[in-house]
Design a protein around this ligand. Sequence first.
Ligand SMILES: [Zn+2]
Length: 217
Amino acid sequence: MDGGGTVDTQARAQDRATADGMPLTGEPLALELVNTTFVRGGVRGVLVDALRTPEDLGDWLAARAPLFSEPLRAGLAGAAVTGAQVARFRELRQALRDLAAALVAGERPADAPVALLNSSARLAVSWPEFEPGSGGPARTVTRWSEPDPLLAALGEVAVAGVGLLAGEAAGQVRACPAPGCILYFVKSHGRREWCTVGCGNRVRVARHSRRLKGDPA
Ligand SMILES: [Zn+2]
């Protein structure tokens, strides 16, 4: 479904037209990463991948800075993003998608995504260090076992994934049931059925037109 140049360019242009390019935001960090692939346009829509380039990843991280630990944010702010780092995020994204799919299906996940999630979580290891002041007060500085702030951020996404998939909210993770939609969300209130209002409306319109045609819904 990786569209050629033209379709892709159109999708990317549409991307920029919407806030942040994502149809759904505000989900837990791990699902925010999963949801960087989505379908625009319903059942016959186009698959959009909003995490393809270093610029994409830089934008995605900047827009979600509050979801990362406070000391890491400073390191991320000035960091240059490379294609290799994008590849690592995409790999974790696939693992999280596989794990979320297994969760909602009530199945035991495959070993590979579990291993990838757990090895990625290790990148988030950090500790406080004491830094004496020269004349002024001493302060705490945070050090990471992984010196690359982008990979430390990858680690924090993985840690968030562990917390989501094995935590209290795990039972509320949903795959959007709208035809053609591939987004995941946490059912944040009892009546939430769809990932977005857009998906709910699309399904209602489709039901309505089937009724008008006399088709069984
Ligand atoms: Zn949806």
